[in-house]
Design a protein around this ligand. Structure first.
Ligand code: ZN
Length: 139
C-alpha cells in the first residue's frame, strides 16, 4: 500500500473566506501515484473547515449569511469562550457545522466526484497562517 502526505497553507485576507482547493488536491493525488484508494482532506485548526459543495458564488454568500445568523461574530461578549481573551467563539461554532474533513474515493487515479462536487477550505478566523492536511492511501 502506498501512502502520501501533504500540507496546504493559507493566510486569508478576510476573517471569513472560502477557497476552492480541488486543483491542489488533484495535484496531490497525481504526486501520490495512487490509482485506487482514499483521499482524506482535513483542516488542522478548530476554527476552519474542509467541505464539499458547488463552486457557485451565490451559494457561498448564502453560507456566509446563514452562518452569521447562526453564530454572529459580534457581540464578542456573547460567547463564554471569549472570556479566555479570544474573540473567535463564533468561528469554533461555524467550523463545527461546516465540518472538519472530507474523504474522497480515488478511482483510476482521479478523485471520484459526484456532479458539481468541489472541495473547499472554509476559513472562519483568518488573517493568519493556517493549514490543511491531505492524506492519501491506496495502491
Ligand atoms: Zn478559540
Amino acid at each position: 500500500m502506498k501512502s502520501y502526505r501533504k500540507e496546504l497553507w493559507f493566510n486569508t485576507k478576510n476573517r471569513v473566506e472560502f477557497i476552492n482547493i480541488t486543483r491542489d488536491v488533484e495535484e496531490a493525488v497525481k504526486e501520490s501515484g495512487v490509482k485506487e484508494g482514499l483521499c482524506l482532506v482535513n483542516a488542522m485548526h478548530i476554527t476552519a473547515s474542509v467541505f464539499i459543495n458547488d463552486d457557485e458564488p451565490g451559494l457561498h454568500e448564502d453560507y456566509k449569511e446563514w452562518l452569521e445568523r447562526l453564530a454572529p461574530h459580534e457581540p464578542i461578549s456573547a460567547y463564554r469562550h471569549n472570556r479566555t481573551g479570544e474573540d473567535n467563539g463564533d468561528a469554533h461554532l461555524k467550523r463545527q457545522i461546516m465540518g472538519r474533513e472530507v474523504v474522497v474515493a480515488i478511482t483510476d487515479g482521479k478523485l471520484d466526484f459526484g456532479p458539481w462536487e468541489q472541495i473547499f477550505y472554509g476559513e472562519f478566523d483568518g488573517q493568519r497562517r493556517k493549514r490543511v492536511l491531505i492524506k492519501i492511501i491506496g495502491e
